[in-house]
Ligand binder design. Structure first.
Ligand SMILES: [Fe+2]
Length: 153
């Protein structure tokens, strides 16, 4: 594999991807928590949407981690690392359906906000692959935010 951008930039991008990985894992767990524990009239809609979302997130977690490895850094693989690197709060199994959906809106927003400035940084560093990966991830989180917000009316 050929890397056409500087080694220091490769490392910088890999380090920047670590919190993205951590927060994608945190969002994955939060999404499953909602999938399992949501109750009330929104149950079926939320249960179905969250299954599609956590399935997509599982594939993304692998892709982000393997990009970190491709760039030469070890991929954080411990829950304790995710808790340190990520900022998404854990879910509440007893929350109302509305609060659960809102927590997913907020969590998708956190990941999107983290990703957005990194796309330009990656492109500037000549790392088009990471820029592309992050653009794809931003698209997913913005769309998820829309679908979840739409559910709240
Ligand atoms: Fe399920």
């Amino acid at each position: 594999m050929t890397q056409t951008f500087a080694k220091t930039d490769q490392q910088k991008m890999a380090v920047a991807l670590k919190p993205v990985l951590a927060e994608t894992v945190q969002l994955y767990v939060l999404t499953q928590n909602v999938h399992w524990n949501v109750t009330g009239p929104l149950f079926q809609a939320v249960h179905t949407l969250t299954e599609a979302q956590y399935t997509e997130l599982a594939a993304a977690i692998d892709e982000i981690a393997e990009r970190i490895r491709t760039l030469g850094e070890k991929a954080p693989g411990r829950m304790s690392s995710y808790m340190k690197l990520g900022t998404i709060a854990e879910g509440d199994e007893e929350a109302s359906a509305g609060d659960m959906v809102q927590s997913l809106v907020d969590a998708n927003q956190i990941v999107a906000t983290r990703i957005r400035p990194l796309i330009g940084e990656a492109a500037e560093a000549g790392d088009e692959v990471t820029a592309g990966l992050l653009t794809d991830r931003l698209t997913v989180h913005e769309k998820a935010g829309w679908m979840l917000r739409a559910m709240l009316g």
